[in-house]
Structures are given as C-alpha cells and as structure tokens.
Design a protein. Structure first.
Ligand SMILES: C[S@@+](CC[C@H](N)C(=O)[O-])C[C@H]1O[C@@H](n2cnc3c(N)ncnc32)[C@H](O)[C@@H]1O
Length: 230
C-alpha cells in the first residue's frame, strides 16, 4: 500500500483503525493493557491514552543500546516516563524539550491553546519524577522551544517523538527529521483528524507522503508512526 493510500484509509470515517500488519489493533490494545497503565495519567496531567502509552513503551524498547530518543513536548513527563520505562536498564539517552514554565510571554504569543499556561509543570518537577524512576542521568530536559533547541543539536536520533505545538508539527518535522537515522522511528501525537488535531493530521500526511522515504506506517489512536527508509 502506498503512503497516500495509508492516509486515505487511516483518516476515513469508516476506515479500519489500523492498517499495517495483521491484527495490529489487537496488538496495540494488548500493549496498552500490559504496559500502558504504569503511571497515573491524572496525576501527571498527561495527555496520552493507555494504548498510545503502551506503544510508546514498546517503540522505546526497540531503541538500541547507546541510542537516542528525542521528545518534543514533555509537559509533566507522562510520555517521557513511558520512554524511560521502555528503555529501562539500558544505555539509551532521552532528551525532552519543553519550555515548561519559563518564558511565559513567548509561550503566550506562540500558544496553540492546548495547555493552560498558568501552573505549567516545572522542569524541576519533571526532573524529580525522572530521578524517582532512576533515570535522572539518562534524561536531559531542555527548557526551551524546539525551534531554538535544534540550532544546537548535532546527534543522530533513533526515535523522534513529536508532541509539541500543534500548529508547528510540520516545522518540527522539517527541523528534526534530518537527524533521524535511516531505520529510525518517527511518531506524531494528535495526528489523526478524529482523535487529534486536523492541522497536525494534515501536516503529518504531508510529512510522510513519500513511500520512498517513509515506510511501515502505523496508526495507534491519535498517533501516526513510521520508519525512515532514506
Ligand atoms: C500536548 S503537551 C505534551 C504532553 C506530553 N507529551 C504527555 O504526553 O504528557 C505539549 C507540550 O509542548 C509544549 N510546547 C509547545 N511548543 C513547544 C515547542 N516549540 N517546543 C517544545 N515544546 C513545546 C507545550 O508547552 C506543552 O507542554
């Protein structure tokens, strides 16, 4: 199936929820049941569903020893915690970027309205949560905007997880995907028109339209994920 066909089916009203592979919805649900309930979603103020959390855990577990995961949009660290769990006891570095509660004027100017700017989780709070998981030394929290952070970025990425400003998913893609290794995974949250944001869905369709460059497309609730082919 071409990537264009994938999106047509994934985004259709009555289309199957998941396209890639035999019984993938069953597999996604199983991962959700097994691994997607490890953290208190409400307590974290988190925004991922249990099935999505289970698959984040699963995808993180596929990252090789010495690999790097980049997360854009950390908020209170719920998704970050699943990335940590999926890579537990392995030397995998996780860099998570979010302005947290800094520079609120710029955040107000650029906001997509998704999160309240008052009372945003602080970098210190998320750092404490990571330390409690025993991952304080593996997780680097970058306090700032992805567009600025990329200017200092140099390393190859094994798994790029995009869940930042919903008006800027395509910009995050063009800024960061050049650092993704061939064979590495990209995942976009909120990228389904029914389960996420129509703007993100459009951006992701545009980003991953080339079947030459992106394969193994997968749809998990509001997530679209793919493997970089070239
Ligand atoms: C939907 S929340 C992330 C939720 C988190 N991934 C989770 O599952 O718990 C989006 C976060 O991205 C942050 N954000 C917005 N623009 C950003 C940018 N340019 N770079 C990094 N983070 C950004 C927001 O402030 C917010 O904290």
């Amino acid at each position: 199936m071409s990537n264009a066909d994938f999106f047509q089916r994934a985004y259709s009203e009555n289309g199957p929820k998941v396209i890639s592979g035999f019984s993938r919805p069953v597999y996604h649900n199983l991962m959700g049941v097994l691994y997607g309930h490890q953290f208190d979603k409400m307590g974290f103020g988190g925004m991922i569903r249990h099935t999505e959390a289970g698959m984040l855990y699963e995808w993180a577990s596929e990252v090789i020893q010495g690999g790097t995961i980049v997360e854009i949009g950390c908020y209170g660290g719920l998704s970050t915690s699943y990335l940590v769990k999926g890579t537990e006891s392995r030397d995998v570095r996780i860099c998570s970027i979010d302005p947290f509660n800094s520079d609120l004027d710029t955040q107000a100017e650029r906001t997509d309205g998704c999160v309240e700017l008052e009372d945003k989780p602080t970098k210190e709070l998320v750092a404490q949560r990571m330390a409690k998981l025993g991952a304080g030394d593996r997780v680097t929290l970058i306090e700032g905007f992805s567009q600025e952070a990329v200017k200092d970025w140099k390393d190859e990425i094994d798994f790029l997880w995009i869940d930042g400003n919903h008006d800027q998913a395509y910009l995050d893609f063009t800024d960061w995907s050049p650092y993704l290794k061939v064979g590495g995974r990209i995942g976009f949250h909120d990228s389904h028109p029914r389960y996420g944001y129509p703007q993100v869905a459009e951006d992701v369709k545009k980003a991953l339209e080339s079947s030459e460059h992106w394969g193994q497309l997968e749809h998990v609730k509001s997530i679209i994920s793919a493997i970089k082919l070239a």
